[in-house]
Write a protein that binds this ligand. Structure first.
Ligand code: ADP
Ligand code: ASP
Ligand code: MG
Length: 439
């Protein structure tokens, strides 16, 4: 068995889905299990509709919903009745949100799950139409999570039992097609795995059924040496390790959801990133122990919208327990900290999410001074070779020239060197580092 996951752009239209059917048909002997994302930008649109409804703009929300219905009907075959019945449910839900005037995480999941519920039905119908013997599987019946709506974590014992008990048998005769991203809690209520979570679904399924390979089909040739939206001159990484891929994903390489490699590591299943528009390209193979890279680093990841928080207190001098107090506050507000640097009396750290930052700031100000600087970015050099190449840092700083780095971290894993720069310098930083390490 192999798991083949197709992302939003790979299933964005009837034409794209026919292309996917062709790719799957060619690999039918490997007994594929297919996982699909919502079509195109559907998840964003659903969230926008829900937000509008909850703010009282029923008309705007229902108009948006109607457009989305027409789009799904236009791009599908042989499933109008099912598509319409899903949109009727969505309409009821949207009206309910407008009446309630609030959008709870549970409601967000109920709405956003429709993207994958619809795409998986539409892909199943198109596959059958194209002569691929597909069978729809509702992921919510096989993937069980905790109740943390919008960021749910799988309960592996339950999930693996359900997957192993149903999918291999189905895949003997048919091509199971499942929606990514969606799941349900033990109480059966719909949950989601977080944005970009369809990659994670693919690896959960792959590990659960003991697949030979997990394939992530997307709109680029594989993991590239730089984020193409920031620096378009990168090249394909042929192979990298699970640890390198996890690090790259965590520091912004959106081509993989950061949790994707975890189930794969557990069962040692290779993960391959492939381009659904250029299926002949070999893509990137991610394995536990790849051949060493010929360059000191494997790739450069980056992310924008990073906020720098500086915490200063003279009480920190020679004291212990200070960091614990700070982290307790972040923890209580469920805000992950990405990078950290300390001096004698100050701590600087970065966060991705500013949702709870005002509350965090107020609490920390009870025992220290806090300043917040928005509009930063992280650039991260990743590679197992960094461990054995002490000159990498020196070369990186020389390449950055006059670009000011606000924070630097070389992690305990010795697999990455991360630097915080102003957002406006990010593209220039990536370009300079890319020139230095990849020519
Ligand atoms: P999908 O819908 O298939 O899941 P995503 O948009 O989530 O696709 O991920 C693919 C995108 O990831 C690419 O189009 C690219 O813009 C972005 N990306 C960011 N960093 C990298 C990288 N290092 N290599 C490849 N793609 C990257
Ligand atoms: N459709 C979801 C999202 O847009 C999950 C995914 O595409 O992986 O976040
Ligand atoms: Mg994605």
């Amino acid at each position: 068995m192999i798991v083949m996951k197709f992302g939003g752009t790979s299933v964005e239209s009837a034409e794209a889905i026919r292309r996917v059917a062709g790719i799957v048909r060619e690999r039918i002997a490997q007994r594929p299990v297919v996982v699909v994302s919502a079509m195109g930008k559907t998840t964003n649109k659903l969230l926008e509709i829900a937000t509008r409804a909850a703010k009282g703009d029923s008309k705007g929300a229902l108009d948006g919903l109607e457009k989305l219905r027409q789009f799904h009907l236009r791009e599908s075959v042989d499933c109008d009745a099912e598509v319409n019945s899903h949109f009727d449910q969505l309409k009821d839900l949207t009206k309910g949100l407008a009446i309630m005037g609030e959008l709870t995480p549970r409601a967000i999941d109920a709405v956003s799950a429709f993207g994958e519920r619809l795409s998986s039905l539409i892909v199943t119908a198109q596959f059958k139409h194209s002569g691929v013997d597909a069978v729809h599987v509702d992921s919510r019946e096989v993937i069980v999570t905790d109740k943390r709506h919008t960021q749910a974590a799988p309960l592996f014992a339950e999930t693996n039992a359900k997957l192993a008990g149903s999918i291999p048998e189905l895949a003997r005769q048919h091509v199971p097609v499942m929606g990514g991203f969606i799941a349900s809690g033990v109480d059966g209520v719909t949950t989601t795995l977080g944005r970009g979570g369809s990659d994670y679904t693919a690896s959960i399924v792959g590990a659960g059924v003991g697949a030979e390979e997990i394939q992530i089909w997307t709109d680029v040739d594989g993991m590239l040496t730089a984020d193409p939206t920031i620096f378009p001159g990168g090249r394909r990484v042929e192979t990298c390790s699970f640890a390198e891929a996890a690090e790259l994903a965590y520091f912004g390489a959106k081509v993989l959801h950061p949790a994707t490699v975890l189930p794969a590591i557990e069962k040692n299943i290779p993960v391959r990133i492939l381009n659904s528009r250029r299926p002949e390209v070999e893509g990137t193979l991610i394995v536990s122990d790849p051949p060493p890279a010929s360059t000191p680093i494997r790739s450069i990841a980056c992310k924008l919208n990073i906020t720098l928080v500086n915490i200063v207190s003279s009480r920190m001098l020679m004291a212990h327990g200070f960091l614990r107090r700070i982290f307790e506050v972040f923890d209580r507000h469920e805000t992950p900290v990405d990078m950290l640097a300390t001096s004698e009396v100050s701590v600087s750290l970065t966060v991705d999410s500013t949702r709870a930052l005002d509350a965090i700031r107020t609490e920390i100000e009870e025992f220290a001074e806090v300043s917040v600087e928005e509009d930063h970015g992280i650039v991260c050099l990743v590679g197992e070779n960094i461990r054995g190449c002490p000159e990498v840092s020196a070369r990186a700083f020389a390449a950055l020239g006059n670009i000011k780095t606000r924070m630097v971290s070389q992690g305990a894993s010795q697999l990455n060197i991360s630097m915080v720069v102003a957002a406006r310098d990010l593209a220039r930083a990536v370009e300079s580092l890319h020139r230095e390490f990849f020519g």
